[in-house]
Design a protein around this ligand. Structure first.
Ligand code: THU
Length: 293
């Protein structure tokens, strides 16, 4: 059965102070949890498998708009063994994995989460679960009260989920490119390259250069990554990362600039080692669809 809650999330520079304030308000400490959430490519809303301890898992499908106001989230929870994750990964593909340490406090039907998220930092999150927290209006009022009691400023509010924050992180894309680079097949040039593109769905597709004894048959890493994108059912990219083993900043070759431009916008970011550029900067005056038309 679908359930509803009201949520608010904010960055929290000082979790100890927040915990103390919550306890002062009468919140009850309800333990700490180590959670691993695997997000799959869903057609509607979001789908994640949450594993809290080996073997025991829960599949959670939910709809929640982005925004910094207290947001209504509708969700369905179903018990699921960890193997369900393998099946969903095979069928849908994984977009991102979020691991965190969560301290749980309970206050008037509101779950207060003090989260330490791997790669992202500390956050405080309120989840006013209906009907325990009252009706929708009461739940919103409780979240507003907690926000003001904890002194959470507007600029600390986070409009999206942890998964989205991680997906926006260039380092995640660069890591995928790096892992592909390590598997590159470059026995002739000894120049290993890895590339990763983010599809519009948020999923990452990576590829490596694949050389051949007949030299011109070799393929660049970018081309391999784009092949994976298309094979994965996508034709739009929102970011690119390229890494090479022997060069801190590996400029994509001219042909690959054209290949990448086919699927991105002039403003699409391209991460090259410590520098960030765009497809438009890499290929000004590109031959594009307009030129063809
Ligand atoms: N290479 C890429 O994979 N991408 C580029 O953008 C530049 C070059 C590869 C091709 C070849 O296998 C090796 O690097 C040396 O040219």
């Amino acid at each position: 059965m679908a359930r509803v809650n009201v949520e608010l999330k904010a960055r929290d520079p000082n979790p100890e102070v927040t915990a103390a304030r919550c306890l002062n308000l009468g919140a009850v400490a309800a333990g700490t949890l180590r959670q691993r959430d695997v997000y799959f490519r869903a057609r509607h809303g979001r789908l994640k498998l949450r594993i809290q301890e080996e073997g025991a898992g829960e599949l959670i499908a939910y709809h929640r708009p982005d925004g910094t106001e207290a947001r209504k989230s509708t969700y369905v929870r179903a018990p699921a063994p960890a193997e369900v994750g393998e099946a969903l990964d095979a069928a849908l593909g994984t977009t991102v994995v979020v691991t965190k340490h969560r301290q749980l406090l309970l206050w008037e039907g509101v779950r207060i989460h003090l989260d330490e998220v791997d790669g992202l930092g500390s956050f405080v999150e309120f989840e006013a679960v209906l009907p325990d927290a009252g009706d929708l209006e009461t739940a919103r009022a409780k979240v507003a009260r907690l926000r003001s009691e904890l002194g959470i400023e507007s600029d600390a509010l986070v409009a999206v989920g942890y998964a989205d924050l991680l997906l926006d992180d260039p380092q995640v894309l660069q890591r995928a490119a790096f892992e592909a680079m390590e598997r590159a097949y470059a026995p002739y040039s000894q120049f290993k390259v890895g590339a990763a593109v983010r599809g519009a769905s948020g999923a990452i597709y990576a590829g490596a250069n694949v050389e051949n004894v007949a030299y011109p048959q070799g393929q660049c890493a970018e081309a391999s990554a784009l092949g994976a994108l298309v094979a994965g059912g996508e034709t739009a990219i929102t970011a690119v990362a390229v890494v090479a083993e022997r060069l801190e900043v590996c400029p994509p070759c001219g042909g690959c600039r054209q290949r990448l431009s086919e699927f991105g916008e002039a403003s699409t970011p391209v991460y090259l080692g410590p520098t960030t550029t765009t497809l438009g900067e890499l290929l000004p005056g590109a031959f594009d669809r307009e030129a063809l038309a």
